[in-house]
Design a protein around this ligand. Structure first.
Ligand code: GAL
Length: 619
């Protein structure tokens, strides 16, 4: 019984109820799937939704491989009903014995098993045998109808065995289909379970996070459950009812958002329901080894400033398959909470293993979580060394000045994975104004503030940055490792290794891209967190001549770039959409600053235009 099982289960009551008691949630026939279908949750004993029988970390489970099983993926049926196993029509087999078999390692106890059969073919029939007993007998599975069967079974030999077949089958027309299986511990609806639920499903201040409707419903269900617990005695059915409605309202409340459009300026949450922290960021498509699955994947990667705690933070990364829904991949470069942490914190000890004392001092200074300013991070992949290189505006006070923008450097960090951990190398002043040109800030040479990166068609990378106290934009070529200037400031030749554009023009927030052989550079003016009018320039090669083309925004009556500041422009090749990425900074609540992604249109002559739209999708 459930009670006996409960004693032997290696999970806490909270883990069990938050998993809906499910140990295995199997998407039968799904090929190479690593993530679960929308709305489906992982069982406690599995890491993937489907696998061949074998070890899956701590537990052994899966389908028993057979030559006659074929995967059907007919896109009929949704979620876990989309893929399924059926039997090969050409198979030479004993049709009344051949079936689809699974084994699931489970502790001793009672289990509730649900199987789903979604049949895209003519009417079929199925029997289910579990632990050697027939639990479903000749059920008809109609065409295009999802047939679900639930039964309970006691397991005492450590493995739950399941077989779906047709005991009266004569040919493949009679053979079974299997779309999904859920193996769950049969719960006992006791007072303790409800007490545990009230604790585990407690959400503080849901109104501030979720919609009014879903939080009101949740609060009412939570209250119902608490009221019942005030009674001296409760029945199993009372507990079951309160538990199920609390659980249901909790799930509605925390249901993962799925976006199908961009809503510029609205709060944008990641797949864990947390607002995205990737300000002053950059989006690009990368092919990389996914650190979670070990598989090589091609995904969109978004890096940007982590402003969770406000002004100062490290760098975050997110990944996405569709540009709408973003999965948090972690803080990929951490800032440093004091010099001592580099010697004591395991994370830092590992990342900076081998660094000298002087190097560590520099890391602590440049990434200090109380003093350093880390802005506008941009990531490029260096093919030559198979390394990811992260550049950012590395700023903060200096010995001479308390200003947050006194250092005015470009920082660089490297990692073997796009998602870090990134090891900070150093921060640098960059190129300087040649003697025969007018320097707009001769007092401090080689400043580098707002910045971006660009890889040209020949694989050479460039850094574009505001220098001369933000008066003049520079473009400088990086070395082949992408980790420093190609030619150091004291040797660099103007026009060959770097250029200055719009001297004294006072531009920042550069976003550079190449389209149809033409280089485009969009920038903002310099008014701190407040938005101002954008402009863009074009050139036939990265080192110019750059021609100012004016403000690309149409219908932007206040001349504020729709209350945003540029950070990146990129192309979605699948839909040939060019996307403007901007930040709408909220200076008194920086962590709530918003993202403005807008589609860019190009006229026949190549002129670019950006118009505001409250909601849009790729097509
Ligand atoms: C903006 C700049 C931001 C940030 C801000 C601070 O001009 O683009 O990245 O530095 O100033 O005021």
């Amino acid at each position: 019984t459930g009670t006996e099982a409960a004693g032997r289960l290696p999970w806490t009551p909270e883990e069990l109820l938050m998993a809906d008691f499910i140990l295995y949630n199997v998407d039968c026939g799904a090929e190479d799937a690593v993530s679960f279908a929308e709305g489906e949750q992982k069982g406690l004993c599995q890491t993937v939704p489907e696998r061949e029988y074998g070890d899956d970390s701590d537990w052994t489970w899966g389908y028993l491989k057979s030559d006659v099983m074929v995967r059907e993926n007919d896109s009929l049926g949704e979620g876990p009903a989309a893929s399924k196993w059926s039997i090969d029509s050409e198979a030479e087999t004993t049709w009344n014995e051949t079936g689809i078999e699974y084994g699931f390692e489970v502790p001793t106890g009672e289990y509730t098993v649900t199987i789903g059969m979604y049949n895209p073919f003519g009417v079929r029939k199925a029997d289910v045998a579990c632990e050697g007993n027939t639990v479903v007998d000749q059920v008809k599975i109609l065409r295009y109808k999802e047939n679900e069967q639930t039964f309970t079974v006691n397991v005492s030999d450590g493995e739950l065995n399941l077989k779906v077949y047709n005991s009266k089958g004569k040919n493949f027309m009679d053979s079974p289909i299997l779309s999904y299986i859920k193996v769950a511990v049969t719960p006992e609806f006791t007072r303790e379970l409800l007490e545990e639920s009230v604790k585990a499903m407690y959400v503080e201040d849901p109104e501030s996070i979720y919609t009014t409707g879903s939080s009101e419903n949740y609060l009412a269900r939570l209250d119902d459950a608490k009221q019942l617990l005030l009674q001296d005695s409760v029945t199993e059915s009372q507990v079951k009812e309160k538990f199920l409605s609390l659980r249901g309202s909790y799930k509605m409340l925390t249901k993962k958002l799925r976006y199908h459009s961009f809503r510029p300026g609205e709060v944008w949450k990641d797949t864990e329901n947390t607002p995205i922290q990737a300000h002053g960021g950059q989006v690009q498509k990368l092919t990389y080894k996914d650190p979670k699955s070990g598989e090589t994947v091609t995904r969109w990667v978004w890096v940007g400033e982590d402003k969770t705690l406000g002004y100062r933070g490290g760098v975050c990364a997110y990944s996405s398959e569709d540009l709408y829904n973003w999965q948090f991949e972690g803080v990929i470069m951490r800032n440093v909470p004091g010099r001592a942490s580099l010697d004591t914190d395991e994370y830092f000890k590992e990342v900076y293993a081998g660094y000298s004392k002087e190097q560590l001092d520099n890391v602590a200074l440049s990434l200090d979580s109380e003093r350093a300013v880390i802005e506008r991070p941009k990531l490029i992949y260096n093919e030559k060394n198979n390394r990811y290189v992260l550049w950012f505006h590395a700023d903060g006070p200096t010995e001479k000045s308390d200003s947050n923008y006194a250092a005015a450097c470009a920082g660089v960090a490297v990692s073997d994975s796009p998602f870090g951990p990134y090891k900070f190398i150093d921060r640098y002043r960059l190129h300087t104004c040649p003697a025969d040109q007018e320097d707009f800030y001769p007092d401090s040479k080689g400043m580098a503030r707002d910045m971006n990166l660009f890889i040209d068609t020949d694989g050479r990378a460039y850094i574009i940055y505001s220098s001369e106290e933000n008066y003049t934009l520079y473009i400088s070529r990086l070395n082949e490792d992408y980790t420093y200037l190609d030619v150091a400031p004291d040797k660099a030749v103007y026009g060959k290794d770097y250029i200055r554009i719009f001297p004294g023009g006072h531009r920042e927030a550069p976003a550079l891209f190449l389209k149809d052989g033409k280089y485009y550079l969009m920038t903002s003016g310099c008014t701190g967190w407040d938005p101002n009018q954008a402009s863009y320039a074009t050139a036939d090669s990265i080192f110019g001549e750059w021609t100012n083309m004016g403000d690309p925004c149409k219908g932007d009556d206040n001349h504020t770039t729709f209350e945003s500041q540029s950070t990146c422009i990129f192309n979605d090749p699948a839909t040939d959409t060019w996307i403007y990425m901007g930040d709408r900074w909220f200076s008194d609540k920086l962590n709530d600053s918003r993202y403005l992604w807008l589609p860019i249109s190009f006229k026949e002559n190549g002129d670019m235009e950006i118009a505001f739209t409250a909601e849009w999708s790729l097509r």
